[in-house]
Design a protein. Structure first.
Length: 495
């Protein structure tokens, strides 16, 4: 049965800047996880105090040049990492492909082109690119137009032969097949666009009292049905709520609230129920704009294009190093899970994706037990330890060709895109690079891991995971980060 996980901080910036969103939760058995008293004050006195509030705490910090331990709390305790899991995905992808890996998406056909007419089906061969956007698909369609194609006498088929639609294994994603108020719960496929998320731009109407104007973030067409209940007002602030509902395989964006007259457009993001269908609607719109007619309609398929098909247009996605920067900075669940599926052997599934990450982690010296169920951390059952995460950070630090790319995706609190991490002293905020993870159900999870530079310029790594034993008590990020920042700040100052 799927397990519910709840994410906080569900925001997106723009389609091309990438959305933020997600962090999620794990299901773990917390019975009998009392922390050893002798370990509780070892280098993490402020963090250890969280255990007195009823939470399970695991932590470790070490210097990376000497391996010297600077502190620990139950470092081998198996815990839920939430979005800290994305560090495993990023590291495994870098080790597998290197920073310049690009995924290729192609339009293929075995038909012939006669007087501007492609006689035969056109296949969209999705390459498992986690970052394909509407702009990339525009380039694909322009490739067809440059061949002089003005009509396709056949079907346009979105091929999900690599993977998709991927079976949901958390309640969030399963529920999102019919309705959602989030972007973090996007469905997974190798043939997606815009992170499997609808983006609507809401603009004030021409006068007070009239409905707001709605368009797609990528152009004037909305591509899916919109139920517009947003009113233009002259007084009061802008406030818009959105829900995507799905009936009879048709997505509807239900928008309500108000927008102030003369204000700037507001972008709203919600995951789509069927990413391949969303991709096909995007292609249909772009082909229409390019003057390319399609006589046979649009459909998704799980069949692989035959070897006899030829590439008519292709787009290479952004290099992996750029994809990871976006994935980690904005904690993008869709990107992380698609990358993990790309790493999977055999028939890609969430289980095989998790197994690929486990195999990678098992090869890290000193890591210890691990059980990753996804690349994003949305799966509440994922388990690792503070020692394991710190071993991962240590391992990547000693990969000179990969470390700069790996650490670049983390946030320095003083200037990172997520404001909630701006806690602690200025010294702490300027001296750490970190990744956070957040889940609220079935138990609260706050996890943070990353690197720090000491006063003398030495590199250190740290991991802190705080897991609840039940849905309550709730723990906020301010409490967690202020405790972690206090302890790490002492380590920075003392070395």
């Amino acid at each position: 049965m799927p397990v519910r996980s709840t994410v906080v901080g569900d925001k997106r910036l723009t389609v091309l800047r990438l959305l933020s969103c997600l962090l999620c939760s794990p299901v773990i058995l917390m019975v009998g996880l009392a922390l050893p008293v002798e370990a509780r004050a070892d280098g993490f006195p402020a963090t250890a105090a969280l255990a007195d509030k009823g939470f399970v705490v695991g932590a470790q910090a070490r210097l990376l040049d000497s391996g010297e331990s600077l502190g620990s709390i139950a470092p081998d305790q198996q815990m839920t990492p939430a979005s800290v899991s994305k560090l495993y995905t990023a590291a495994a992808a870098l080790k597998q492909w290197g920073p310049q890996k690009r995924f290729t998406t192609e339009l293929r056909s075995d038909g012939v082109i006669v007087d501007g007419v492609l006689k035969g089906d056109l296949f969209l061969d999705g390459g498992g690119d986690p970052g394909m956007t509407s702009e990339d698909y525009w380039l694909l369609v322009q490739g067809l137009a440059s061949r002089g194609i003005r009509r396709i006498d056949g079907r346009v088929l979105a091929s999900q032969w690599r993977f998709g639609p991927v079976n949901c294994i958390t309640t969030d994603r399963c529920d999102a097949r019919t309705r959602t108020r989030h972007a973090f719960d996007a469905q997974l496929t190798s043939t997606a666009v815009d992170f499997a998320t609808w983006c609507m731009r809401v603009m004030p109407g021409a006068a007070e009292g009239v409905p707001a104007r709605i368009s797609s973030c990528a152009g004037p067409a909305t591509l899916t049905r919109v139920d517009n209940r947003v009113t233009t007002v002259s007084q009061g602030s802008t406030g818009i709520s959105a829900e995507r509902t799905t009936v009879n395989d048709e997505d509807t964006m239900v928008l309500s609230g108000q927008i102030q007259l003369g204000s700037a457009p507001t972008s709203v993001y919600r995951s789509s129920a069927d990413p391949a269908a969303q991709t096909l609607k995007t292609l249909e719109s772009l082909m229409s704009d390019a003057g390319i007619a399609v006589t046979g309609g649009f459909a998704a398929t799980s069949s692989r294009p035959a070897e006899t098909t030829q590439v008519l247009s292709a787009v290479e996605g952004k290099p992996l190093q750029e994809q990871l920067l976006r994935m980690l900075n904005y904690s993008n669940n869709f990107m992380a899970d698609v990358l993990a599926l790309d790493l999977a052997s055999g028939t890609p599934s969430m289980a095989s994706a998790g197994a690929a990450l486990d195999a990678f982690a098992t090869g890290i010296p000193g890591h210890g037990p691990v059980d990753m169920r996804s690349g994003s951390g949305l799966t509440p059952e994922s388990q690792t330890s503070a020692r394991g995460v710190t071993a991962l950070l240590d391992h990547m630090y000693h990969q000179p060709a990969l470390f700069p790319v790996f650490v670049a995706g983390m946030q320095t609190p003083v200037n990172g895109p997520m404001n909630f991490i701006r806690r602690g002293s200025q010294r702490f905020q300027q001296s750490v690079m970190l990744k956070t993870g957040t889940l609220n159900e079935p138990v609260p999870v706050r996890a943070v891991a990353g690197y720090f530079r000491t006063q003398s310029g030495r590199w250190g790594a740290f991991t802190v995971m705080v897991n609840g034993r039940a849905p309550t008590p709730y723990i906020n990020w301010t409490t967690t980060l202020e405790a972690v920042a206090s302890d790490i700040d002492v380590m920075i100052a003392s070395h």
